[in-house]
Design a protein around this ligand. Structure first.
Ligand code: CTP
Ligand code: CA
Length: 225
């Protein structure tokens, strides 16, 4: 099923995309975050919409604009992102691109934490956040196509393959997010696509190009079966 420019193979399909970082509050003025810009996730949401899908984007705090032709829901914390995603099931396609904080502060404070002169700071106690991709991948309303990302700095394929299995995804987009690659926050991406049948290495592309290719791949998988 080869796609031509202007084809809308996802007409009538629904898609859910997560993007950006999450912010996990320490107190009303401080939070734990990561370097995700949201560019790759937002580009994927836009690319799925261009192929005709009815797309909902659940975005963490980002500075880039909402993509055109997409319904965007803004959240801050991982738990909010989790609830927003689950409340939109069922959908045909789920692409979980967000760099969800793995941990939140267990004892976040309602008031600004004050320093005490000469005293050691109180340690931050962390607790694990819900794994949104894993929940969606094993859900009774599991989307037909579930795609995850694997942000790694070492043993990329091995780690990504484990994520494919553990999270119940159909595809994992693996990338090297080591600081020297400039991928976190940059406009280019170099990914490998892992599925239960093998690994495909894509060339160095812009994040928009990765998004277009991935949207087409998803459309093919959805229309093949
Ligand atoms: N993910 C998610 N919810 C989380 C953590 C991760 O939905 N709480 C999703 C990400 O959006 C991504 C995939 O899971 O699609 C992999 O994220 P990653 O951080 O690479 O994997 P983790 O399972 O969190 O493992 P680790 O960070 O230890 O490598
Ligand atoms: Ca993680």
């Amino acid at each position: 099923a080869l796609l031509r420019d202007g084809d809308r193979p996802l007409e009538g399909r629904t898609a859910l995309v997560t993007s950006g970082p999450t912010h996990e509050p320490i107190d009303p003025v401080r939070y734990i975050a990561n370097r995700s810009s949201g560019r790759q996730g937002h580009a994927i949401a836009a690319a799925l919409a261009r192929l005709g899908a009815d797309v909902t984007l659940v975005s963490g705090p980002v500075t880039i604009p909402d993509p055109a032709g997409v319904t965007t829901i803004h959240v801050e914390r991982a738990e909010e992102m989790h609830d927003a995603v689950l409340s939109r099931l069922p959908v045909d396609i789920a692409v979980m691109v967000a760099a969800v904080a793995d941990w939140r502060v267990a004892t976040s404070s309602d008031q600004k934490i004050k320093k005490q002169a000469g005293e050691a700071p109180a340690p931050l106690i962390l607790t694990e956040n819900p794994d949104i991709l894993k929940t969606v991948g094993h859900h009774e309303k599991r989307p037909r196509v579930v795609v995850g990302f694997a942000a790694e700095t070492q043993d990329i394929e091995e780690n990504a393959l484990r994520k494919l299995e553990r999270k119940g995804a159909d595809l994992i987009v693996a990338n090297d997010v080591s600081p020297e690659t400039g991928i976190m926050g940059g406009s280019r991406n170099r990914v490998k696509i892992l599925s239960p049948t093998g690994v495909e290495a894509w060339p160095d592309l812009t994040k928009d190009e990765v998004a277009d290719r991935l949207a087409r791949l998803i459309a093919e998988r959805l229309t093949e079966r």
